[in-house]
Write a protein that binds this ligand. Structure first.
Ligand code: UDP
Length: 216
C-alpha cells in the first residue's frame, strides 16, 4: 500500500523538523508522500512547499500512515499519541543525516533527532523524544516518555530523565554514576543555560549555575 508520512504541527517545531523528516524519507522510502497535519487549518494549504491539512482531512486520505508529532509541548504530544493509537496510526521516528547513534541504543517510537544530535552507547529512550539541534545524550542514560531537549543540551553519562521533563537550550547536566545516577524528575523543567550539578525533584523548575529552584 502507498505510504503517507506526516509531520504533526506546522508551527516552529514542525517546520524545523520537516527537513529532517524529508531526509528520513529519502533514506528509507523515497516514493512515500510527506505532508503536514495542523488542526489550525480549516482547509488544505501549502506550508514551505508541502501539503498541509487538519487531522480530519489526513484521516480521509488513503494509504498506510505514520506520523511524527512535531509539537514541543509534551502533554500535547501525549494526547495526540493516544488519538493516533486509537485510530491505528503508527508513530514515526525521524533523524537527520548528521545524527550519530552509538552502540546498544534503544529509542522509542515517535522520536525527533535533529541535525548534529549524538546519542552515546547503552542509552535507553522512551517514546516521542525530541532532541533539538546539537544536543547530546551520553552513555548509560535512561530517558522516559515525552521528554524534550531544546537545542544544544549537554546530557552527560548516567543521567536518568523521567517522563515529560523539559531541558532548556544550552543546559549542561552533570554526569551521575552507575550506582547513583543523577535524576531529573517527572515533569521537571531545566532553564536555558542552567548547570545542573545534582538531582532535580519531579515538577521542579531550576535555573542558573549551579542550578537552583526558581524563586516565584
Ligand atoms: N496543533 C495541532 N493540534 C493540536 C495542538 C496543536 O495541530 O492538537 C498545532 C497548532 O495549530 C500549532 C502547532 O501545533 O500550529 C503548535 O505550535 P506552537 O507554535 O504552539 O509550538 P511549537 O511549534 O513550538 O511546538
Amino acid at each position: 500500500m502507498h505510504k503517507v508520512y506526516a509531520v504533526y504541527g506546522a508551527s516552529g517545531c514542525g517546520r524545523s523538523l520537516m527537513p529532517v523528516a524529508k531526509m528520513t524519507v529519502m533514506r528509507t522510502d523515497s516514493t512515500a508522500d510527506l505532508v503536514f497535519i495542523d488542526d489550525g487549518l480549516d482547509q488544505p494549504a501549502t506550508v514551505n512547499g508541502y501539503l498541509a491539512m487538519n487531522y480530519q482531512d489526513f484521516i480521509a486520505l488513503g494509504g498506510e500512515k505514520a506520523v511524527l508529532i512535531a509539537i514541543a509541548n509534551s502533554k500535547v504530544r501525549e494526547t495526540i499519541t493516544n488519538k493516533l493509537t486509537a485510530d491505528g496510526i503508527a508513530l514515526w521516528s525521524v533523524q537527520a543525516d548528521t545524527t550519530l547513534i552509538m552502540d546498544a541504543v534503544i529509542v522509542g517510537n515517535g522520536a525527533a533527532l535533529s541535525p548534529f544530535v549524538t546519542i552515546g552507547a547503552n542509552v535507553r529512550i522512551g517514546k516521542c523524544f525530541h532532541a533539538n539541534l546539537y544536543s547530546y545524550v551520553e552513555h548509560d542514560c535512561v530517558i522516559g516518555d515525552y521528554v524534550t531537549f531544546a537545542p544544544r543540551v549537554s546530557c552527560n553519562g548516567n543521567i536518568h530523565i523521567h517522563d515529560h521533563a523539559y531541558i532548556g537550550a544550552g543546559a549542561v547536566i552533570k554526569q551521575g554514576t552507575p550506582d547513583q545516577p543523577l535524576i531529573i524528575g517527572k515533569g521537571a523543567v531545566v532553564g536555558m543555560g542552567a548547570v545542573v550539578t545534582k538531582s532535580v525533584p519531579a515538577g521542579a523548575v531550576v535555573v542558573g549555575n549551579p542550578a537552583r529552584p526558581m524563586m516565584r
